[in-house]
Structures are given as C-alpha cells and as structure tokens.
Write a protein that binds this ligand. Structure first.
Ligand SMILES: Nc1ncnc2c1ncn2[C@@H]1O[C@H](COP(=O)(O)OP(=O)(O)O)[C@@H](O)[C@H]1O
Ligand SMILES: O=P([O-])([O-])O[C@@H]1[C@@H](O)[C@H](O)[C@@H](O)[C@H](O)[C@@H]1O
Length: 378
C-alpha cells in the first residue's frame, strides 16, 4: 500500500479503511490538486506564435484524468482542483477547467509570456524565458475543501500556493507531492521568473512532511538536492534525458521516451501527474517515474495541453493492469512507499515504448497535433 496515515495526523480505524489507496479493484480515492490555471502566450523572435491554456493544474488534470486508475463507471478520475482565475479567463470551456471549474476572483487571470530562444535548446539549458505579466490572487488555506484526501499535488506556477496553504494540504492529504516551481519562483520588477534558494523560504520547514519534491535541472541547484533528499524523495527531471530520483540512502536514473519536441511547456507538470498516477497504480517510485517520463514526452510532442489518442490510453491502461501488483513498502516520512525499481522495470519501459509509438503514429496521422505547430524551431 503506497500511502499510509501520517503519524502526527492519525485517523480513526474506520476512516483509515476508507482512505486506503485504490490499487487494483479497490475503492477510488480522491486527490487534491492545488495551483491556478493561467493564460500562456508563446513568443518566438518577437512574434506571438501561440496562445494557450496554461498552469500546471491544466496539464496535471489532463494526465490524471487520462492515467489514474478508476472504476469503470467513473466518468472522470477522482480528484478536485483548487485554482483561481479572474473574470477574463479565456478557457472556461477547455476540458480541464470545464470538468473542474476554478474559483473566480476580482483580479485578472495569471498570465505568462514564454519567450523561446532562437538557438536550439540543449537537454538541460533553459529553452524559454518566462515572464509573469499578471498575477491572480493566491490560494488561501480556507479555499481548500474541508475534508481528507488520499493524495495532494501542490503545483503553483506564480507563487499562488502560500506556505500556509501547503501546510493545510499536508494536514488534509495522506501524501503530498510538490513541484519545486511552486516554492522557489520569484519575480523581478518586470515579472521575469527567477529562483530563490528553497532553504531561505518558509516552505523549507515543511519538506520533512512532503513525500516527493520534483524539480527541473534548472531548479535543482536552488532546491539543494543533497539537503532535500534527507527530508523527502527528490526527483530531478532532465528534459530529453529522463529523470533521476534521490532519496536518503539511494538513487535511481530513469530512462526517457523518444519525442519530437514542438513545445516544452507542461513537460514537468505532465511528468509529475504521470508519476503520481504511477504511484496510484501501486508502482514503486522508480517505476512510476517511467510513467512520468512517458507523459512528459507526450507533453512536448504537442503545443499546449496535449490530447491523447484513446488507443494510446487503452494501451497504457492494459500495460498497467498487466504489470501492477501490490507489494510491501519501506517507510518514508511516515508515508509508505517503495522507492527502488522493481524487477519488471525494463519490461514496463519496453511496453510503454510501444504505446509511445502509437502516440507518434497519431501525430503523423493528425498534423494539427504535430510539427505544423512547432514553436521550438525556425
Ligand atoms: N525532448 C524531450 N524528449 C522526451 N522527453 C522529454 C523531453 N523534454 C521533456 N521530456 C520529459 O518530460 C520531463 C520533464 O521535462 P523537463 O524539461 O525536465 O521539465 P520542465 O518542463 O519542468 O522544465 C522529463 O523528465 C522527460 O521525462
Ligand atoms: O512547462 P512546465 O515547467 O511543466 O510548467 C509551465 C509553467 O512553468 C509555466 O509558468 C506555465 O505558464 C505553463 O503553463 C506550465 O504550467
């Protein structure tokens, strides 16, 4: 069972039964995603080349809906999104916000300008410069539903997940996964995204109560991986090179999936959601990171929030149904997870590679999803 009650927040026996995580055939359990939808404007060579729905919550919802285990009769995956937008929000009818509508507030929707470089990006170098041109209101603890959740994802993009909001999530959720971009982003006078050291933020003291912290290789130096891995499991994503997991006493590298990158936006978000879905299926963290890499690769293959072909999703579901088994787990931060790769890790990678081939075929058959919209190359 991957998730168990936190020792400082123990539940009554009956409640514990209800909160046991669904692996195969178990009761579906609810997740809590906290972070705002936003407007993304993609710019290349001084020209606007795309305007899309953004915000980690949009990419995360898309992948959780596609890949979480759920009962046949459930139309959507069991999770709620707490997000804030203004009355100018342009994507209320897009699938993610339509399914899980954001809270409305008086300030405008968060908006980012992503400036893509003319030079080809290397695997680890930043391929875009982000500027927050408008911030929406923060998400306060009182905005969160007052009930227990099996898991939580803290996925702010513009500083909207306040330290007290993350603390409330930790109290409500049996395991919390955090994207470092929610914690260490700062914005200069012009709105340009820069980073502060995690250790210097009020979030640092919460790390021992977080299960997984995901950072991109650009963010990793600000997270301080060697310190953070003693408090929780840290996952560093490395673009087309895949990712590595570091925990107290071990580490693992997880191979990527091939992709033709047309827009890097949302790769990290989609990774984190794929990883969370993998844990929900009962995979070890290192095996779940394969599902993270799979959905990260899927995200870069399309502009904006990607559409997944039903055949590809069916193939992924069959693979997961075939490969997942319940196993006993070691304890991390009072929440139990298996971290190491299992002996079917390579088989799972090979099987998912087959599914990723289906994804490339889909793109070739539907050029609207493919290189026609490429904003990465001239
Ligand atoms: N060009 C690519 N080819 C294949 N997979 C990719 C590519 N870019 C990103 N990914 C996948 O998405 C994950 C997150 O991407 P990364 O660029 O590291 O994060 P971020 O979007 O936060 O900068 C990577 O770990 C990898 O699995
Ligand atoms: O690309 P990624 O790092 O996974 O996540 C992105 C954020 O960094 C960005 O601020 C936001 O505007 C995008 O919509 C997306 O959420």
């Amino acid at each position: 069972m991957p998730f168990a009650a936190e020792p400082d927040d123990a539940l009554e026996e009956g409640e514990n039964q209800q909160l046991l995580l669904a692996t195969k055939g178990g009761p579906a359990l609810e997740g809590l995603v906290v972070g705002s939808y936003c407007h993304d404007v993609l710019i290349r060579g001084g020209r606007v080349v795309g305007e899309t729905l953004g915000g980690a919550a949009a990419f995360v919802s898309n992948v959780l809906d596609a890949a979480s285990p759920r009962e046949e009769e459930q139309e959507v995956a069991p999770f709620v999104v707490v997000s804030k937008v203004g009355h100018d929000f342009a994507y209320a009818s897009a699938p993610a916000p339509a399914r899980r509508p954001p809270l409305r507030c008086a300030s405008p929707t968060t908006s980012f300008h992503a400036q893509f470089s003319e030079a080809a990006a290397s695997a680890h170098a930043p391929d875009r410069e982000l500027r927050r041109v408008r911030p929406c209101d923060p998400i306060y603890p009182a905005d969160l539903p007052d009930r227990r959740f099996a898991y939580g994802l803290a996925v702010g993009v513009a500083g909207e997940v306040l330290p007290e909001t993350l603390e409330r999530m930790i109290r409500l959720c049996r395991a919390v996964l955090v994207d470092a971009q929610a914690l260490i982003r700062a914005f200069d006078g012009d709105g340009a995204v820069c980073h502060v050291s995690l250790e210097d933020t009020p979030y640092a003291r919460l790390l021992p109560r977080v299960a997984f912290l995901k950072a991109s290789s650009e963010e990793a130096p600000y997270v301080g991986v060697e310190t953070a891995r003693r408090r929780c499991c840290v996952i560093v994503t490395e673009g087309r090179d895949g990712c590595r997991l570091c925990w107290d006493g071990g580490e693992a590298r997880v191979a990527p999936f091939p992709a033709v990158q047309v827009d890097p936006t949302g790769a990290g978000d989609s990774f984190l959601a794929g990883f969370a879905a993998g844990l929900l299926w009962g995979l070890s963290a290192t095996d779940a990171a394969l599902l993270g890499n799979f959905f990260g690769a899927a995200a870069v293959s399309q502009v904006g929030v990607p559409t997944f072909h039903p055949k590809m999703l069916q193939a992924v579901k069959e693979i997961l149904e075939d490969k997942t088994t319940k196993r006993t787990s070691p304890c991390i931060n009072g929440t139990t997870f298996t971290l190491e790769r299992s002996n079917m890790h390579d088989e799972l990678h090979t099987a998912l590679q087959e599914a990723s081939r289906l994804m490339s075929e889909q793109q070739q058959a539907d050029p609207a999803n493919g290189n026609d919209g490429d904003i990465c190359s001239t």
